[in-house]
Design a protein around this ligand. Structure first.
Ligand code: GTP
Length: 927
């Protein structure tokens, strides 16, 4: 729906913005906050109508001007009533001031009133007190016909014959054709009961018991008799059509002045007292005030209500306006607590990522225990300091009629998302990812394409992190991402392909489709990236490209020549065969994709790799995907931020700016970002910091919301792992991707017997704090492609911490496997080596009992263990203490010979016993 701004409306109305804003706010237009707030067209129109109606009042509908006197059952005590009737001191002061205004000012009142009535009717009645309601409202409420002045339903005595065309109520001046009324008629007609206001009595009105005040229907303008003990009684001349009251002197009442009164029950509740309500509004007595009362808000010259009038009208403060609801201070006796329900707009709890249960209970105004109980019923064990996510909080809050909104910080306010128009887009280089199984020649191929020599520089000849290079071809520049082929680098391959336009799948002609070939195909398919196959090493005699094609077809890549859609080019990185053809196909494929980017907007892209470099700090290789990245700009990536201090291209040359589609190394970030993270240029460093810090906060909050629920299965699993050994590792690597990859490879080594627990992993050199951590936790330190800081080796030695450095992932994995095996208990197994039969026993004082035995089987060793079997049962097991042949101690006696055997701590040997000699074999366990 179309909208209109408040200032536009104000302009149309010829009002000040502020004036209209106040007016609207006072009337409950909550959506209006300032002159720039907007209103729906239909709302704006109704405002327009109302204000215009106020300016050009329609002839007052007499029926709408009457009053109805209502009386509520519970009557407040006198002080309470007073409190209720009395406005705030400031309001009184305002009324005092207004009271000084000349009577003419009040002529516009009826129109203003008319306009006001429906609005005030919507306000809830809070106080239980008599109220004056514009008759029109009462009609609406009671669906009663417009009161006929001549015949009020239950007239207050004496009956009040009232002019049928009664002038506007509460107007101090007569309307068009007022008919004169006697003071008593007016008093009766205009009587309004106010509870317990003794001391003000209309002497002309006799007390009348049994009047149903709820149905009193006084009529329009009335002349009244003023009667109050403190103010001299004054008779007021009834108005006539010709009568025009003379302006009263300040503090004096004008002759013929029309005043309004309320009729209130007397102290016995039977008769009626009169209260002058002319000046105080309909709500309270004019306690000793001087001057002419104010019947209605003044109209500004020209008929436009003044700002104050509008406010007064809206707030029901105008003297002659109906007072629907007066808030009353609770009386001590029988005080009733007002239960205030916040407006709908206030029943919204804004939560960023999570809210604590205590906070939520406070915001909802309920006990934390109630929430805990509710959560328990939902099957969520909760504690008082539990962090609740937005969904859970919403579930709880809904029961209390509250809404929980995920809100707060809006990242989009910092990171602009500029929509590109087609004319903003300029062509950019394609980003091509080289993928494939380990050692199939990816790096060699890329190396050949860029005429550099990267493969030779790689540790162990394998790619261990993503390289990003820009290669100038005959068809223009191409950006290549080289991904590792080792199985450990799955995440890197996946990331590489995510940021890519075309994937080149390298398959060695002599090896065919291997596990990581299949994985690469899957990654490319998942990312919906077109694949070009480079069948490499075709220079090798054993290479069989057709076999490779066959294997690829089995995985859904059917070559073009076989009727499929996949381009397959036989190449040789080594022999530099068909490289131009490969580049041509890449360029062709890119052309089809019509790659374009907007270089004018703030740059954004993806982190390809990141590392910590001594002297340079965190260094990230990023691919610029949108906009132009410039030195000096503020960047945020993940939870890190910074101002770009320097940038270098893939050839190590410093650059000042980078266009979309190019890789670059950036320096200046606060930390090492994760590969795959997006980066964005923002307004300034402060904005970048704010975004980064907020992300960090959200991550922490998310972490806190993770409940540590233990399932039965987990408990059983834990119980089963009670004797599982653990190899703790502190892992440091050169780049973030390597850290991940090595950690993943090591994690995979975990078995039921031993698990690898990487207690800390990070990017950069091994530091003293790594050693301290290892010492405290009993871990070993593993550095991958990093060196230890100078003092570190010494500290590690001192603490006896094992620090190992690796450059090839296989070696690291093998060593860790050995270390894990080293943790396993060594198993023992008894191995029988010989048997001897006891033939005779003799005792030698120095050795005790010696068993003269014949070796039946194998041999008996001096160092062996022995068990004694009698009738097939073991009666002893222990060590052999002496082995002799004749008088000589010997080390062993073999089968067929006799010997003397003494056992350590055992003398009860008997002839016929079998002595079985055995040794204990130690067996190292494997993982
Ligand atoms: N004969 C022959 N050998 C090649 C060819 N391309 C690569 N090689 C050899 O294959 C081995 C592996 O080459 P890389 O380029 O390191 O293989 P990669 O796929 O990058 O390996 P990772 O980086 O570990 O995934 C090296 O010894 C290369 O010399 C080729 O076209 N012909």
């Amino acid at each position: 729906m179309a909208k209109k701004r408040v200032y536009e409306l104000a302009k149309e109305l010829g009002m000040q913005n502020k004036e209209l804003v106040d007016w609207l706010q006072a009337r409950g237009y909550d959506e209006v906050k300032s002159h720039s707030s907007s209103l729906d067209d239909d709302v704006a129109q109704s405002v327009l109508d109302k204000v215009l109606a106020a300016r050009n009042p329609a002839p007052a509908a007499p029926a709408a001007q009457g009053f109805v006197v209502r009386r509520r059952r519970a009557e407040p005590s006198a002080p309470a009533a007073e409190a209720a009737h009395g406005e705030a001191p400031a309001a009184h002061a305002a009324e005092e001031a207004e009271a000084e205004a000349p009577a003419e000012e009040f002529e516009a009142a009826p129109a203003a009133e008319e306009e006001m009535a429906p609005e005030t009717a919507e306000e809830p009645v809070v106080a239980e007190e008599p109220e004056i309601v514009a008759k029109a409202e009462v009609e609406a409420e009671e669906a009663a016909p417009a009161p006929v002045p001549e015949a009020p339903p239950v007239p207050v005595a004496p009956p009040a014959p009232v002019a049928p065309a009664a002038p506007a109520a509460r107007d101090t001046r007569p309307a068009q054709e007022p008919r004169a009324l006697s003071p008593s008629q007016m008093a009766a007609a205009h009587a309004v009961p106010t509870p317990n206001m003794p001391g003000i009595r209309g002497p002309n009105v006799p007390a009348q018991a049994g009047v149903d005040h709820r149905t009193l229907r006084p009529t329009a303008t009335q002349a009244v008799v003023i009667s109050r003990p403190l103010i001299p009684v004054r008779r007021v001349t009834p108005p006539s059509s010709t009568f025009k009251p003379a302006p009263a002197a300040p503090g004096k009442r004008a002759i013929g002045e029309v005043r309004e009164f309320r009729v209130v029950p007397d102290s016995q509740g039977r008769g009626r007292d009169f209260i002058d309500v002319t000046r105080t509004g309909a709500g309270g007595p004019a306690r000793g005030r001087r001057g002419a009362g104010r019947a209605a808000p003044a109209a500004a010259p020209g008929g436009i209500p003044s700002k104050q009038d509008l406010i007064d009208l809206a707030k029901g403060r105008g003297g002659a306006l109906p007072v629907r609801a007066r808030k009353r201070k609770p009386t001590k006796k029988g005080a009733k607590t007002l239960i205030t329900t916040p407006k709908g707009s206030k029943r919204v709890i804004r939560v960023e990522e999570a809210i604590s249960l205590t906070d939520l209970s406070q915001r909802l105004g309920v006990k934390a225990n109630d929430l805990i109980r509710k959560l328990m019923r939902m099957g969520v064990p909760a504690q008082i300091n539990q962090m609740l996510d937005v969904d859970t909080a919403q579930l709880l809050a809904a029961d209390y009629d509250y809404t929980v909104e995920k809100a707060g910080y809006i990242e989009e306010e910092f990171i602009s998302a500029v929509e590109d128009r087609p004319e903003d887009l300029v062509s950019r280089p394609p980003v091509v990812t080289i993928m494939g199984h380990v050692d199939h020649g990816k790096t060699s191929l890329l190396d050949a394409l860029r005429h550099a020599n990267v493969a030779k520089g790689e540790a162990g000849g394998i790619t261990q992190h993503i390289g990003a290079y820009s290669v100038q071809t005959a068809k223009g520049p191409v950006t290549f991402l080289d991904t590792p082929g080792h199985e450990a680098f799955t995440a890197m391959r996946a990331r590489g392909v995510q940021a890519t336009d075309v994937a080149v799948l390298v398959v060695a002609a002599d090896d065919g489709v291997m596990p990581q070939t299949v994985e690469s195909i899957n990654h490319a398919k998942a990312a919906e990236v077109p694949i070009i196959v480079a069948i490499n090493k075709v220079d090798k005699p054993e290479g069989n490209p057709d076999r490779v094609k066959q294997m690829l077809a089995e995985h859904g890549l059917v070559p073009e020549e076989w009727g499929g859609e996949t381009i397959m080019i036989p190449v040789s990185a080594k022999a530099k065969l068909n490289l131009d053809q490969l580049l041509e196909y890449i360029a062709l494929q890119s052309e089809v994709l019509e790659l374009g980017a907007n270089p004018t907007k703030p740059a954004s892209g993806v982190v390809i790799e990141a590392k910590l470099e001594k002297g340079r700090g965190p260094v990230a290789t990023v691919l610029v995907q949108e906009g132009t990245l410039k030195v000096g700009e503020a960047v945020v990536t993940g939870t890190h931020f910074g101002k770009l201090r320097a940038m270098t291209d893939d050839k190590g040359r410093p650059v000042k700016e980078v266009k979309p589609g190019y890789p670059v190394e950036i320096v200046g970030l606060s930390g090492v970002p994760s590969a795959g993270d997006e980066f964005h240029v923002v307004k300034d460093v402060r904005a970048a910091e704010e975004v980064a810090k907020n992300r960090e906060l959200q991550e922490r909050k998310k972490e806190l919301t993770k409940t540590s629920k233990l399932t039965l299965e987990e408990i059983f699993a834990k119980a089963g792992k009670a004797d599982q050994k653990e190899l703790k590792i502190v892992l440091k690597a050169d780049v973030q991707g390597s850290t991940e990859a090595v950690a993943q490879a090591l994690d995979k080594l975990s078995t039921a017997k031993v698990r690898v627990h990487i207690i800390h992993k990070g990017v950069g050199a091994v530091t003293e704090s790594d050693i301290n951590l290892a010492k405290a936790s009993g871990a070993v330190v593993l550095g991958f492609n990093t060196k230890a800081e100078s003092k570190v080796a010494e500290v590690a030695n001192r603490f006896g911490i094992d620090v190992r450095h690796y450059t090839v992932i296989y070696e690291a994995v093998d060593d860790v496997r050995l270390a894990m095996e080293g943790l396993l208990d060594i198993l023992t197994r008894e191995r029988t080596i010989g048997k001897a039969e006891v033939r005779t026993l003799f005792s030698v004082p120095k050795f005790g009992v010696i068993a003269g035995s014949a070796v039946l089987d194998g041999k008996i060793l001096r160092s062996a263990y022995a068990r004694v079997l009698r009738g097939g049962k073991k009666v002893f097991q222990g060590k052999i203490s002496s082995l002799r042949r004749f008088k000589d101690d010997v080390k062993e006696v073999v089968q067929g010979f006799e010997c003397g055997i003494a056992l350590e701590g055992y003398t009860e040997l008997a002839a016929g016993d079998i002595i079985e000699a055995f040794d204990i074999e130690q067996i190292r366990q494997k993982l």
